[in-house]
Ligand binder design. Structure first.
Ligand SMILES: C[S@@+](CC[C@H](N)C(=O)[O-])C[C@H]1O[C@@H](n2cnc3c(N)ncnc32)[C@H](O)[C@@H]1O
Length: 224
């Protein structure tokens, strides 16, 4: 009982802090806590943020990569303008959105973030399956845009397909951990997969399209 009360107080604390600090969502605190623990960002990093609306993670990422960094956010929903951050409105499961992302990054990313979540149906296994589907697309984004030794932070709703998802992540990254930040709601089934040391053993290449200036890219090859 006391535990629950403390957790509720903590959630309230993050909510108030988000309002006070001007963060667009409570989710910002999850990313701050993840970065404190796993040391994700470096100054000057290029970051792709999938499922970025309303922009709480974009704000944190931009702050942590600094002026020389590049942050590109993608979401189905439009994101209100944020200084020095590029946003794309689109579905990341579509190639056209993936290409827009690569073009806006102007090359490869040091970090891929995915806080993507499906519309919640309330059915635990349906929501889990949809979440895993989005995670698989986030891994596909890594195959296409992540630098060797790059990092991934990805949200997933827990369920019986986690083992396979974890294995798919382990094939691509040297180290994979599961983490539940304090700022997550205690009742939530969400976890974050923190993966580092991207192996870049992929048959997918982004090839510069010579005919177009400035640089544009096209997709060659299949996913693993
Ligand atoms: C929990 S919110 C993200 C919150 C965000 N990290 C922040 O800090 O403000 C999840 C987002 O995932 C987006 N999303 C779900 N499916 C997507 C898809 N296929 N492509 C792009 N975005 C998607 C949703 O539109 C939603 O805005």
């Amino acid at each position: 009982m006391r535990e629950r009360w403390l957790n509720e107080r903590r959630q309230e604390h993050y909510y108030r802090l988000a309002k006070k600090t001007g963060f667009r969502s409570r989710a910002s605190f999850k990313l701050i806590q993840i970065d404190e623990r796993f040391d994700i960002f470096r100054e000057g990093d290029a970051v792709a943020d999938l499922g970025a609306a309303p922009g709480g993670w974009l704000q944190v990422a931009k702050e942590l990569v600094g002026e020389k960094g590049r942050v590109v956010g993608v979401d189905l929903r439009p994101i209100k303008r944020l200084e020095d951050v590029v946003t794309i409105t689109g579905d990341i499961t579509e190639d056209s959105t993936m290409l827009a992302l690569v073009n806006e990054l102007g090359g490869k990313a040091d970090v891929v973030l995915s806080d993507m979540a499906p519309d919640i149906s309330g059915n635990y296994s349906t929501d889990h399956a949809r979440s895993v589907y989005l995670c698989k697309h986030a891994l596909g984004v890594c195959d296409r845009v992540l630098k060797k030794n790059g990092k991934l932070v990805m949200k997933v709703f827990m369920g019986d397909m986690i083992k396979t998802l974890r294995e798919e992540t382990e094939r691509r990254f040297a180290e994979v951990k599961m983490h539940s930040p304090d700022a997550s709601r205690p009742t939530s089934s969400e976890m974050y997969i923190i993966a580092t040391g991207f192996k870049a053993q992929t048959r997918v290449k982004m090839v510069e399209n010579q005919e177009e200036k400035p640089k544009r890219f096209t997709i060659k090859g299949d996913l693993l």
